[in-house]
Write a protein that binds this ligand. Structure first.
Ligand SMILES: Cc1cc2nc3c(=O)[nH]c(=O)nc-3n(C[C@H](O)[C@H](O)[C@H](O)COP(=O)(O)OP(=O)(O)OC[C@H]3O[C@@H](n4cnc5c(N)ncnc54)[C@H](O)[C@@H]3O)c2cc1C
Ligand code: SF4
Length: 532
């Protein structure tokens, strides 16, 4: 009986970590199973060479493409999941993203719930994750029931100049909403601030715990409750059901070289979109021949990841900005003056440096002095372009006979992204900002497109119809009574904004449903915003 819990949550990232935090005060016995450990705190957290060249914190794992060719996915396994290295750009989907949207490449389908259903949870997630931002500047943003808890992160002079130039051209740049534990005045961190406004924000772990990641914000506080336990190094291999196939009865774990079994009244899978689908597929049994919760045959399908590119605008003048990721532009989100379909979002990236570029440049370029990567980095302003890819049933996760992950992808809806790139070039030329725009392959690298798994979503989609979705609107499996999936898997479409705030908001939403189901809703409701 010691191994039986009220709730087991598998995975501690944006979805699992946030849910654990929300359920913790209920007093219910909760077990978190996380395959990784704590990300080591060490100087290398902030070293570009360790992070970008040596990929020190990336999982040493091989996945395969549809032709059986191995690749190295951009994924990290730690307490806090991929939020340990994320850029913490925490944006809401636009109101329209919840409806059907016509793209050049096809239809982005409607969600079974509306922006209004998510709005209160967006507000709570923003509050919980210390989002710094400003409402009312970006014309594409939906209504919000509360202001941001913190003011926007200030621009450094070069980015303020860019902001002013965009405005002068009639654009509507806005401060990028960021989840960060920063207290600043006049652009400088105060003595109370965890974040010191360094250059290592995007793609690095934070050495001083200044980033609002799922470990710092949710898992560690959840563990202060004596009813919550965490097992690290606990790889969930499969889920077993009772003979009826309706109830998950066993969670089979490998830990420290041994096999262990756990059970719970409610089992929540939150392994990230690829690994959650893989776990369900690996859990096939005679009642669930095509994989657990998969009578619809959608588990593993409709994988999405955004069409993304990173660009460096190289100018003769150096760009001394340290913390660069403070501006975004959505003026081409739905359309442009010369095109009727969505293009996407433009954001600043963290500042590049020579070591990062060495990590991305082809080997021959690194050794040629004319490529002067340090010089390029010092003179660059770095942009991130993000457009919507569409859910395609053949873009999917499957398992090979050795139970390894196979990811099949074909690109969708690329025209909008090409046009977004052209818009950035034109806009920068108009303001005389750069002499050259260069492609960069950062964490969703164009050179290895399949390995760009940072924004994975959609593989266990939710919906009202059990024939076309695996989860109901509470993210419970249609086919089972006690199985939930609470990570990026539930997405029906991915919009063109970063995914994590929607994952976090959804975890709080599903958390309310679970508290109701567990009979603890009343005690939780009386707790106000502080605990979200
Ligand atoms: C470099 C980088 C930058 C990013 N920047 C942004 C950004 O600025 N804004 C944004 O919104 N998003 C960003 N993202 C994406 C963001 O990190 C993810 O969308 C988010 O973390 C996904 O949350 P999740 O809960 O679905 O999965 P994850 O956070 O990946 O968590 C899944 C957890 O499950 C664990 N796990 C997996 N399989 C098992 C198993 N079988 N047994 C036990 N445990 C398991 C993993 O170790 C992990 O801890 C970025 C990602 C990367 C890599
Ligand atoms: S900018 Fe702040 S949050 Fe980011 S790594 Fe530096 S100190 Fe940490």
């Amino acid at each position: 009986m010691d191994n039986h819990y009220d709730v087991i949550i598998i995975g501690t990232g944006a979805g699992g970590g946030t849910l654990a935090y929300h359920l913790a005060p209920s007093g219910k016995r909760i077990l978190l199973l996380e395959r990784g450990g704590y990300l080591p705190r060490e100087k290398d957290n902030w070293e570009s060479r360790a992070v970008f060249v040596e990929s020190k914190y990336r999982a040493k794992e091989t996945w395969y493409d549809k032709d059986g060719k191995p690749f190295y996915p951009g994924i990290q396994y730690y307490v806090g999941g991929n939020t340990k290295v994320y850029g913490a750009a925490l944006l809401r989907f636009r109101k329209e993203d919840f409806g059907e949207v016509r793209h050049h490449g096809g239809i982005s389908p409607a969600w079974p719930l509306s922006y209004e259903d998510f709005e209160p949870y967006y507000t709570k997630a923003e509050y919980l994750y210390h989002v710094h931002g400003q409402r009312g500047v970006d014309p594409t943003e939906g209504p919000a029931s509360a202001p941001y808890r913190y003011p926007p992160v200030s621009h450094e002079p070069r980015i303020q100049e860019l902001f002013d130039d965009f405005r002068r051209l009639g654009h509507h740049p806005f401060p990028l909403p960021l989840g960060i534990l920063l207290d600043e005045a006049e652009g400088k961190p105060l003595h109370t601030s965890a974040c010191v406004r360094c250059a290592a924000f995007d793609g690095f772990p934070c050495l001083v715990n200044g980033k609002a990641d799922a470990q710092v914000i949710c898992v560690d506080p959840a563990l202060e409750h004596s009813n919550v336990e965490l097992l690290t190094g606990a790889l969930v291999e499969r889920l077993e059901t009772d003979p009826s196939g309706r109830v998950v009865t066993k969670v089979i774990v490998t830990r420290k070289g041994s096999v262990e079994e756990y059970s719970a009244d409610i089992v929540v899978v939150a392994c990230g979109a690829v690994n959650s689908a893989a776990l369900l597929l690996r859990s096939a049994n005679e009642r669930h021949l095509a994989g657990l919760a998969n009578s619809s045959d959608v588990v593993g399908r409709h994988y999405m990841r955004h069409n993304c590119s990173a660009f460096m605008a190289i100018s003769k003048d150096p760009n001394p900005t340290v913390f660069q990721k403070t501006l975004a532009l959505n003026d081409f989100y739905f359309r442009s003056e010369d095109w009727e379909y969505p293009l996407g979002e433009i954001q600043m990236l963290g500042k590049s440096d020579g070591e990062m570029l060495k990590g991305e440049a082809p080997g021959w370029a690194v050794w040629k002095p004319e490529f002067a990567l340090d010089y390029l980095a010092e003179h660059s302003i770095d942009f991130w372009l993000q457009s919507e890819d569409l859910p395609h049933p053949d873009n999917r996760v499957t398992i090979n006979p050795d139970r390894e992950i196979v990811l099949s992808i074909q690109e969708t809806n690329l025209e909008g992204h090409k046009r977004l790139t052209a818009k950035l070039k034109d806009t920068l030329s108009e303001i005389g900002c750069h002499d050259r725009l260069m492609h960069r392959s950062l964490y969703l690298g164009k050179d290895i497109p399949i390995g760009g798994t940072a924004h994975q979503a959609g593989t266990v989609r939710f919906g009202r119809d059990p024939e076309t979705s695996a989860l109901d609107v509470n993210c419970k499996a249609h086919d089972l009574d006690n199985l939930y999936v609470v990570d990026a898997s539930f997405f029906v479409s991915i919009a063109a904004v970063n995914p994590s705030l929607t994952i976090m908001a959804n975890a709080l939403r599903v958390g309310d449903h679970l508290l109701e189901r567990l009979g603890s809703a009343e005690s939780r409701k009386s707790e106000g915003m502080e605990n979200s």
